[in-house]
Unconditional design. Sequence first.
Length: 283
Amino acid sequence: VFPAMLKAEGSYILPENVPANEFLNLENDKISTSRNWAVWLHEYLEEFPGKQDVLRYALTANAPETKDNDFTWKDFQARNNNELVAVLGNFINRALVLTQKYFNNLVPAPGELSGYDRETIAECQQVKQAVEYNLESYHFREAQKEAMNLARIGNKYLADTEPWKTAKTDSARTATILNLSLQIVANLAIVCEPFLPFSTKKIYAFIHAKKFDWEKLGSFDLLPEGHELGKAELLFEKIEDETIEKQVEKLHATKAANEQEAYRAKPVKDNIIYDDFDKLDIR
């Protein structure tokens, strides 16, 4: 009825799609604020300072888009350590540190591109269309995965080209490798913003650049030759087992308290004598 009312009114733009998710559980149980079986945002921000994006990333990666899904602290830790730290943060840090070491923290001039360079650029340029398609289709989980693929491409490129070895024999080739790597870092600043807004600000500080427009995604001239980079720092930090165990224990302590409360007998009313019962007129 309501859509028909909006259509009859005439001036509203009617929705074309109403996306809805399934349920997200917590540690194999339904989230319940009344039972305190939940991750409270204010507590998370106090206990994980500066890690807003880690929670955003883990929740998006586990979004229950087509079926119920489960948030666990172990998965949260794995997403941070194995993806944000080992893939995204590792690539950005390596590209910046190597440039600082071999080119005094200045973006080197690119030389002649190899066939592998061109293949890498073409692969990077496909990311924009993939992310846009999934965002417009409300497939946020897949969109984030495609954005992270750009960092995976960068990591593979550095591992395959080995600029720490070419620096000993071919400075021009090393300059090309690191220029291309830095352009990927700049593209990561663009593509990660919808998913990791706080971390994106750090990436822009690392490359000492102002925010790029989304339409620049896929460009490989974002950082000009001679551009001075900012200070290279770790974008993400590993989360240790002890930290995760503390969160799991806190949840299970809550569960134990709830179970104890459930089994606690409620006080009964005082008994009455038969004469009191006989006064009742039950029909």
